[in-house]
Design a protein around this ligand. Structure first.
Ligand SMILES: Cc1ncc(C[n+]2csc(CCOP(=O)(O)OP(=O)(O)O)c2C)c(N)n1
Ligand SMILES: [Mg+2]
Length: 560
């Protein structure tokens, strides 16, 4: 760290500030608005690698996935106006996912600001709702202060994205200023009186149920919580797309409370007398559109533990609200012990319901995608990272894959398409020794398929599956349900995905029947390149549980 107060230009001060904050990898697309920063990054390239992407949307998802995977802020560098506009999707995802991120945006110089100069946008207004804090650094000597503030804010309480705009003249100018040391992670701990109350509420519970979710966990806290839950013989579940926070093999694990929810699990949540919710915001996706708990006063006795004070009582009025970081909470929770004899029977039933639910059902066509997911679940290494996007194809993944460790799942809880592929690239670059798989829809993949070039350029050798049904299937399903037979705007004419892969210098395969998957996966894994496997599934197989024709028939019948 520099403390000798040499004169540096703003780009160098910023690059050094990032290194001082512990940043090892950043993602972005260059722009003429932040040339000085590129110049600064050149000098620190041994400590901080800059992954240059093909579109800021892909880069922002990569920064988000990096933040989610490592727990450290994902750093994103984009140019003004157009770069800032493209980069918004990962910031929206990071906000809804509570992922720490810091985005730097080039900005027109202060000498011409407010004239609507070339590509000028006021980022405070643009990003106001998508970030925890948006600021512009107008004085070069204050760069270390702003960066320190940004990293503290991204990590504090409920983690999330922060935006810093960089006026061009400020970045070019020089100052002699010291770096600031690495940020602290500031999160509260529960009061002992709250833990007493928690103990009393749980002691009285006949049908307690635990939901774990959100961002801001670490491996140790997850393991400790799991041991506590298992000793207490409580049933536990995870919130939407947070399935890797609790080992799915545990006898206490009852499944995820997300979309495509097991009706028996939904009933269990509804009928619980005490709900211990740790980290989950209890958003629309986790509450089946706010129906599992009544708004604002749930029938269940709600113990809500959240790192963001503003989330407590936001939708649901809890019986006990505990504002705490999760490692801090789990540490004191571990001191309360329950034997749980009275709960073990229900926990056993919940587990049986889950095991029955994850077995694949028959589906039309020669390629049984559910069996493919079960095969991956059984054959991938325990710490393999599964990056998934948004679309009905993800339903099979949620239902049939068993997550076995912390941060083995990367998924967008904001249901944002195009996430899986770039998230896979970031995961492979951040954790090169782990197996990474991306699972994409045909619509979903092509939202960021250009990042295959980034994977090839940086040697991010991982296998991506493209589940090709020739449809924006999710929307077709809703269309058939709401306006049966009136199909419009949901068909896709796709490229040959294997040939697409080969054109980028990657490995490509097409699989059309179940038995062909394992050998194709083997070839792809051993190709020594990024690989794409196109899985052609029957478009009628619209969810793990039903067909498109059945959805249409049901909708037509109800209208007759
Ligand atoms: C960025 C973005 N655009 C649009 C949507 C709306 N949307 C949700 S799912 C979906 C279709 C997904 O298609 P595909 O990836 O092919 O998956 P499928 O549902 O066919 O399995 C669309 C358009 C979205 N969630 N995100
Ligand atoms: Mg599709």
């Amino acid at each position: 760290m520099k403390t000798d107060l040499q004169t540096r230009h703003g780009g160098k001060i910023l690059a050094d500030a990032l290194v001082a904050q512990g940043v090892k990898m950043a993602f972005g697309v260059p722009g003429e608005s932040y040339l000085a920063l590129l110049d600064g990054l050149l000098d620190v390239r041994d400590k901080l690698s800059f992954v240059v992407c093909r579109q800021e949307g892909g880069a922002s998802y990569m920064a988000e996935a990096y933040g989610k995977l490592t727990g450290e802020p994902g750093v994103l560098l984009v140019t003004r106006g157009p770069g800032a506009a493209n980069g918004a999707i990962g910031m929206h995802t990071g906000f809804q996912d509570s992922t720490p991120m810091v985005m730097f945006i080039g900005q027109v110089g202060n000498d011409m600001v407010e004239r609507e100069a070339f590509q000028e946008i006021d980022y405070r207004r643009m990003y106001g709702q998508m970030a925890k804090w948006v600021a512009q650094i107008d004085r070069v000597e204050r760069i270390p202060e702003y960066v320190s503030h940004a990293f503290h804010t991204a990590m504090a309480g409920r983690p999330g994205p922060v935006v810093l705009a960089l006026p061009e003249d400020m970045l070019f100018s020089e100052a002699a200023v010291a770096d600031v040391e690495r940020h602290h992670v500031v999160r509260p701990a529960p009061a002992s009186s709250q833990m007493e109350q928690l103990k009393k509420l749980l002691e009285k519970a006949a049908k307690p149920f635990v939901i774990v979710g959100g961002g801001g966990w670490d491996r140790e806290a997850c393991l400790k919580l799991q041991r506590w839950v298992e000793t207490a013989r409580l049933p536990a579940s995870t919130s939407f797309r947070c399935q890797d926070l609790f080992d799915n093999r545990s006898a206490s694990y009852a499944g995820d409370v997300g979309i495509g929810l097991n009706p028996k699990l939904a009933q269990r949540v509804r009928e619980a007398d005490v709900l211990l919710v740790i980290g989950a915001r209890l958003g629309e996706m986790t509450t089946s559109a706010y129906t599992l708990l009544e708004v604002p006063q749930p029938r269940q006795t709600l113990i809500h533990v959240h790192a963001g004070a503003e989330e407590l009582g936001r939708v649901y009025r809890p019986a006990l609200a505990i504002n705490s970081g999760y490692p801090q909470f789990v540490d004191v929770l571990s001191e309360i012990s329950f034997h749980g004899e009275k709960w073990k029977e229900e926990t056993g039933k919940a587990r049986e319901d889950y095991l029955e639910w994850i077995e694949p059902r028959p589906m039309p066509g020669k390629l049984h995608y559910g069996e493919v997911i079960r095969w991956l679940s059984k054959n991938l290494p325990q710490d393999a990272i599964i990056a998934g996007g948004a679309g009905n194809f993800a339903g099979w993944l949620h239902r049939h894959f068993s997550y076995r460790g912390f941060r083995t799942q990367l998924g967008p809880t904001n249901g944002s398409m195009g996430y899986g592929y770039p998230a896979g690239v970031a995961a492979k670059l951040a954790a090169p020794n782990r197996t990474v798989i991306a699972i994409c829809g045909d619509g979903d993949f092509l939202m960021n398929g250009q990042e295959l070039a980034t994977a090839v350029q940086y040697g991010a050798n991982f296998v991506a599956l493209v589940i090709n049904n020739g449809l924006y299937g999710t929307i077709r399903m809703h269309q058939e349900r709401e306006y049966p037979g009136r199909v419009f705007g949901t068909d896709l004419r796709n490229p040959d995905f294997a040939a697409y892969a080969r054109a980028f210098g990657a490995h490509g395969e097409v699989v059309e029947e179940t038995a062909a998957f394992a050998p194709a996966f083997e070839r792809a894994s051993k190709s020594g390149k990024p690989a794409i496997i196109e899985l052609r599934i029957d478009p009628d197989a619209i969810t793990p549980a039903t067909t498109l024709s059945a959805v249409r028939e049901k909708a037509l019948r109800s209208r007759r």
